[in-house]
Write a protein that binds this ligand. Structure first.
Ligand code: DX5
Ligand code: ZN
Length: 219
């Protein structure tokens, strides 16, 4: 079962509550929240007060993607604000294993993301500790960028490692440039959670947008 996680990065920030409830009604499975600090990535977006503000507007899980340095400093705040899953970047954590366990000790699910230039092997030693692997299919920082096809083999590699370890419960999420054209490529390789920013929030009819992506990968 494929999950669609619209990224609020492409939503109307002046109406975030309505935007989030609109995509829930339109059939979204998770809400993806992109946190950027202007250091790890060349853009600044939002912090835990925004997560806290949107929480009452949806019953969907809040999937928080931290594109920030020293993410361990902010994990308690995002948990308090209502995050259900927190993903940190392998490239941003000197002590990745410690950060993952810190997230889990706070009672939420833990994910690890890797950039397009980072090999899949960067997460191999922590696969037994996490709930989700996020394979970035663009360089993080902005919505609306073009999908990088070279990232697809890493999805296949991680799915193979998970299958070999009988970890059928671990999600493989992809993020960046996902549309009804690119979704079939990543799902065929083993992805099961598709983040879509501009392909959902950039469209007037969100229900049609979500159905188009779902339709491209089912049946
Ligand atoms: C990129 C963010 C993405 C972004 C995706 O740095 O992590 O979640 O919003 O946007 P689209 O789907 O437009 O590529
Ligand atoms: Zn993201």
């Amino acid at each position: 079962m494929i999950k669609i996680a619209p990224s609020i990065l492409s939503a109307d920030f002046a109406q975030l509550g309505q935007e989030v409830s609109a995509v829930e009604k339109a059939g979204a499975d998770w809400i993806h929240v992109d946190v950027m600090d202007g250091h790890f990535v060349p853009n600044i977006t939002l912090g835990s007060p925004i997560v806290n503000a949107i929480k009452p507007h949806t019953s969907l899980p809040l999937d928080v993607h931290l594109m920030i340095e020293e993410p361990e400093r902010y994990i308690p705040d995002f948990v308090k604000a209502g995050a259900n899953l927190i993903t940190v970047h392998a490239e941003a954590c000197t002590h990745l294993h410690r950060v993952i366990h810190m997230i889990k000790e706070h009672g939420v699910q833990a994910g690890v993301a890797i950039n397009p230039a980072t090999p899949a092997a960067a997460i191999q030693e922590v696969l037994g500790d996490i709930d989700l692997v996020l394979i970035m299919t663009v360089n993080p920082g902005f919505g609306g960028q073009a999908f990088i096809p070279r990232t697809v083999h890493k999805i296949r590699q991680v799915r193979q490692w998970l299958n070999e370890a009988s970890r059928f419960d671990v999600h493989i999420e992809v993020d960046g440039g996902i549309t009804s054209e690119t979704a079939p490529l990543v799902v065929e390789a083993g992805a099961d959670v598709l983040v879509a920013g501009s392909a959902v929030f950039g469209q007037k009819d969100r229900e049609a947008a979500i159905s188009a992506i779902r339709g491209s990968v089912s049946g």
